[in-house]
Design a protein around this ligand. Structure first.
Ligand code: G4P
Length: 534
């Protein structure tokens, strides 16, 4: 077994071998390609190319919707489990498009680490930066993969500097590239003192790995052209002098990121990255909850819902709640308590997602992601326990950035539309506000593409034509404060008040000026742009 940088040495072996992580990247950096290679090395798929269809589907809107229609693919890809040596990896997919960032934020509450993929020619891009900030909020450990090294890329020191400066995190090289672009021929593995050489002829072939004894080893000269060896020796010496050495504790705390260089499409550097995930992963961590934290080694099972996907099978209005197990050893048929409603629920048909298949989960451990089919009882933020009144905290809901009025194409179907909208709201696909005054609903999303996807899904899954029209409001804020103060405020501002799908009071407005005014005129009332789901 690999040496792990564990901060929880007493975990049961089944839990200690689990690594639950997400990949964050700017679109096109190579997330899909890398995922595919992970699955290939994990033995979950036989041939590269099976995940590819999905990456391509993201490229156009219509294809995206087609993918949405094909729920089977997109859902089973939401969480993937596979083995890597003695380790069990749970890779949780984050939607690539920036319009779906809220979903991404929540996904990141269900993982213990993130792999940040950057394009060696482009460095840190906008979406990488945004996602990184979210990881930082949770001090998630981040492992960096600098991809597309087979193309002309930036100078290695420049890439590292850019990450350090833009993201304010220490970067330590885990590998060092030998040559760039057309001359790129592999990496020196700085952690294991090995030479990894890429096979350009065969994209799926495992690279050649040569054990060496330090950079003066003559085997280096035998395998690498003289000019590149000289450059490598010089750069590595400089890197060792100028860059911080690997500190596993700092990685665990999210202050330092090790960086690997490679080329996902050539399967190069992927195995080293996977070894890095195994080594620095980390294993399932303590989960924040109220009134107490949950430790993974606790024998009682607890878990929380971080994602809900409805209508996976359009013939039955089923939903799958994605549950991250926070502690214990789960067995199929277990009776768990749904803490919000205090009702027991027997989990008879949990599913595990193994690459492109779903499979009945006979058992699962802390760190795993299971899918629980249900009829709407399970919502994002819900906690399941063996009876204890515990609620997992820190799953955010964000105020939408775009608001539109939803209108049923057929006015007779307004009630049906309400039902459909509520279901999407519970799934987390949109916010739905019912204004205190007037009729209809205001729907809020983070990005414009979501309106199109919603309209298309409402039409396909519920047979309801729907129009989204401009709303008189552009911002929404949750209203908090002592009940008397909130009541007084809502009474005086009725035209601006609505309830969200959980029944919480929301203030709708057009102007930032209004928000500032409320803060001035009602000092006991606070308006917030995030709300915790629990
Ligand atoms: P994404 O999920 O992050 O959006 O990225 P994806 O893996 O789909 O990769 C984006 C493009 O980058 C793809 O090219 C892919 O083949 C290419 N790519 C990924 N890894 C590497 C690499 O290591 N080196 C090089 N040179 N290219 C890489 P595409 O032209 O959009 O698609 P395709 O026609 O190649 O499938």
């Amino acid at each position: 077994m690999l040496d792990t940088a564990s901060n929880r040495p007493d975990l049961p072996a089944e839990i200690a071998r689990r690594r639950t992580f997400a990949i964050i990247s700017h679109p096109d950096a190579g997330k899909t390609t890398l995922t595919e290679k992970f699955l290939l090395y994990g033995g979950a798929i036989q041939m590269a190319g099976q995940v590819r269809a999905k990456g391509e589907a993201r490229r156009t809107r219509s294809d995206f919707m087609q993918m949405e229609k094909d729920r089977g693919i997109s859902v089973s890809a939401s969480a993937m489990s596979f083995d890597f040596g003695p380790f069990r990896f749970n890779l949780v997919d984050t939607p690539g498009h920036s319009d779906f960032s809220e979903d991404t934020y929540r996904t990141l509450t269900a993982v213990d680490a993130a792999v940040m993929v950057i394009d060696g020619a482009k460095g840190v891009e906008s979406q990488t930066q945004k996602l990184f900030e979210v990881c930082r909020l949770r001090d998630l450990p981040i492992l960096t993969f600098c991809n597309k090294m087979d193309r002309e890329s930036r100078d290695t020191f420049d890439i590292i500097d850019e990450i350090q400066e833009n993201l304010a995190i220490d970067v330590t090289p885990a590998s060092w590239p030998i040559g760039v672009g057309r001359d790129f021929m592999g990496c020196y593995d700085m952690l294991h003192d090995r030479l990894e050489l890429m096979d350009r002829a065969d994209r799926n072939k495992v690279a050649q790995s040569i054990e060496i004894d330090g950079l003066d080893d003559p085997r280096l000269d035998e395998n690498v052209p003289a000019n590149l060896v000289a450059q490598l020796r010089e750069e590595v010496a400089m890197a060792r002098e100028l860059l911080p050495a690997l500190d596993p504790q700092s990685v665990l705390e999210g202050h330092m990121t090790p960086i690997w260089f490679g080329s996902a499409i050539n399967s190069f550097g992927v195995k080293e990255l996977m070894t890095g995930i195994a080594e620095f992963g980390p294993e399932p961590q303590v989960q924040k909850a109220t009134p107490r934290e949950i430790a993974p080694e606790e024998t009682k099972v607890t878990g929380f819902v971080f994602k809900v996907q409805a209508n996976m099978d359009p013939r039955h209005r089923d939903r799958v709640a994605f549950v991250r197990l926070a502690s214990g050893h789960f067995k199929r048929g277990m009776k768990l308590t749904h803490v919000r409603s205090k009702k027991p629920m027997t989990v008879t048909a949990p599913v595990l997602f193994l690459a492109s298949d779903r499979e009945l989960a006979e058992e699962a451990w802390a760190g795993d992601i299971i899918g629980i089919p249900n009829h709407g009882q399970l919502r994002i933020g819900d906690t399941l326990t063996e009876g204890e009144d515990l609620r997992v905290t820190g799953i955010p809901s964000f105020a939408p950035e775009l608001l539109q009025q939803a209108r049923a194409g057929d006015p007779m179907k307004a009630k049906h539309l309400e039902k459909a909208l509520m279901q999407f709201a519970e799934e987390g696909a949109a916010k739905v506000f019912k204004p205190a005054f007037g009729s209809g609903f205001i729907v809020g999303v983070v990005g414009a593409l979501q309106f199109e996807v919603l309209a298309s899904r409402i039409e396909q899954e519920y047979g309801l034509p729907v129009r989204f029209e401009n709303s008189q409001f552009t911002s929404a804020r949750w209203v908090n404060g002592p009940k008397a103060a909130v009541d007084k405020f809502t009474e005086a501002n009725k035209q601006h008040i609505a309830r969200d799908n959980d029944g919480d009071v929301v203030y709708l407005t057009r102007m930032q000026w209004d928000i500032d005014r409320v803060e001035r005129d009602y000092p006991d009332v606070t308006l917030t742009s995030t709300k915790e789901m629990m």
